[in-house]
Design a protein around this ligand. Structure first.
Ligand code: PMP
Length: 465
């Protein structure tokens, strides 16, 4: 029999410093290896605003934001207070055969912030669950089998959403996936139309800006895709799990193109990062086709969906976004970040692109043109595609205490999703730090040797050979 767990305050005090060893023993050893190899193995103790704080009190600018969910910043007091208030009120959360107030108010808020077609919300607990709901509801609404998705898409890792995942490294080994899910190239309306013209497509599911690689849609693409879907009776679904809730300088990224989808997937930042949450916003047509009678009233759902704590956290998050003007802030600071970092394309041979929208930003590296540098680059890339991008992330972390990530397997794209509350001065600091690490990275043989040394010291020499 294990010991009875003591109160949380005691666990935090008595077992501090054991997070990685417990992870290695009971959770995900390979994640532990990755973290150590990259030298990211800090003993994280606190989160505050746009920062993570380790056991020594050192602050790190967190450009991952928990994969985008801490948009209002970590430990936001307004959200903390809302959660406390809800617990103190001992609300009657989840009567199941009954309803409570807070999820209804949240749905009212989200519908009011959505384009005209959206009329209701189907509750969920994560991004992938909202995508699963979209697949099911699209099939039930249209009676058609096929679902289209874009190459390089990421919609989650459960079996349905994985069937819409455009990245082999996630799919491989988990098949057979769902039948009738077909990839089309992102940005190509003609290719989409060819599939739609068969008349058997229930839905086209697309991220307005792709999270893996931070791929922006070419002009006219999303509008054309929506029109083509409408013309063929296919539902147009925007996955705003990453781009939504202010990230791109609009409440939903789809507003940049004036889209009016049939369904919108939301999750991540909606609950301020505190409580798992998800939701599928749907048109009245979808709602009424799927839930078309009392006997079908609960044909889709989830036990925890629409719980009071998630709804309270989400309502508080929306309040913070409004009161602190975080959407405008994302647009302004995102503009500043692009302005400060776009010149890097001219300044450094290995930088081929800097792109973004609001506070969803990426820098892409490519092989230098000629000579020894190119040879070193190619050798490394042959061994491990995407490793060159770690020339940026590892020294950003080590030298500048800035926590960033490579935007997808095998890509030489480094991505930043700072909290929308990030200070302007931190944006300047990030741009200067990038300049510093790029100037070192361009001396490629030396930089690469340094990276290899760092990685080897991290304990995973075998992986990078
Ligand atoms: N859709 C998109 C666009 C995402 O970025 C993600 C998560 N990265 C998901 C769906 C899946 O969300 P979750 O991890 O909450 O299941």
């Amino acid at each position: 029999m294990p010991d009875t767990p003591p109160p949380i305050s005691q666990i935090l005090e008595q077992r501090s410093g054991q997070a990685l060893s417990l992870n290695d023993r009971y959770l995900n050893r390979q994640l532990g290896r990755i973290v150590r190899t990259l030298g990211f193995d800090r003993d994280w103790r606190h989160g505050e605003g746009a920062h993570l704080i380790d056991a020594t009190g050192e602050r790190y600018l967190d450009l991952l934001s928990g994969y985008g969910m801490f948009a209002v910043g970590r430990s936001h007091p307004t959200v903390v207070e809302a959660l406390r208030e809800t617990l103190d009120a001992q609300t009657a959360s989840l009567p199941q055969l009954g309803v409570t107030l807070l999820p209804g108010v949240l749905a009212e808020q989200l519908v009011a912030r959505s384009p005209a077609r959206i009329a209701a919300m189907v509750t969920a607990n994560s991004g992938t669950e909202s995508v699963e709901a979209a697949i099911k509801l699209a099939r039930a609404t249209t009676g058609r089998p096929r679902i289209l998705y874009a190459e390089h898409a990421f919609h989650g890792l459960t079996l349905g959403s994985l069937s819409l995942n455009g990245n082999a490294e996630f799919r491989d080994g988990f098949g057979p996936l769902l039948d009738d899910c077909v990839a089309v190239p992102f940005g190509d309306v003609q290719a989409l139309r060819r599939e739609l013209d068969r008349g058997d497509v229930a839905a086209f599911v697309v991220e307005p800006i792709q999270g893996k690689g931070v791929n922006l849609p070419p002009p006219g693409y999303l509008e054309g895709a929506q029109a083509a879907c409408r013309a063929t009776g296919t539902l147009f679904v925007c996955d705003e799990v990453q781009t939504g809730i202010g990230r791109t300088g609009r409440f939903f990224a789809l507003e940049h193109w004036g889209l009016d989808p049939d369904m919108i997937c939301v999750a991540k930042a909606l609950s301020g990062g505190f409580v798992p949450i998800g939701g599928l916003l749907v048109s009245s047509h979808v709602r009424d086709r799927v839930f078309d009678g009392m006997e079908r009233g609960v044909r889709h759902g989830s036990t925890f969906g629409g719980n009071d704590l998630a709804a309270a956290a989400a309502l508080a998050t929306l309040r913070v976004i409004d009161e602190e003007g975080l959407i405008e802030r994302a647009e302004r600071l995102g503009g500043l970040l692009l302005e400060l970092t776009r010149p890097l394309v001219e300044r450094y041979e290995i930088v081929c692109d800097v792109r973004g929208m609001g506070l969803m930003w990426a820098i892409e590296l490519s092989a230098p043109g000629v000579g020894r540098n190119r040879a070193v680059w190619n050798t490394v890339e042959r061994r491990q595609p995407g490793l060159a991008a770690q020339l940026i992330t590892v020294p950003l972390f080590k030298r500048h205490h800035i926590f960033s990530q490579v935007a997808g397997h095998g890509l030489n794209v480094v991505k930043a999703l700072p909290a929308l509350v990030v200070e302007e001065q931190e944006i300047h600091r990030f741009a200067e730090a990038l300049d510093d690490v790029l100037s070192r990275a361009e001396r490629l043989p030396r930089a690469m040797a340094g990276l290899m040394w760092d990685l080897a010291r991290g304990g995973m020499r075998a992986r990078v050979r």
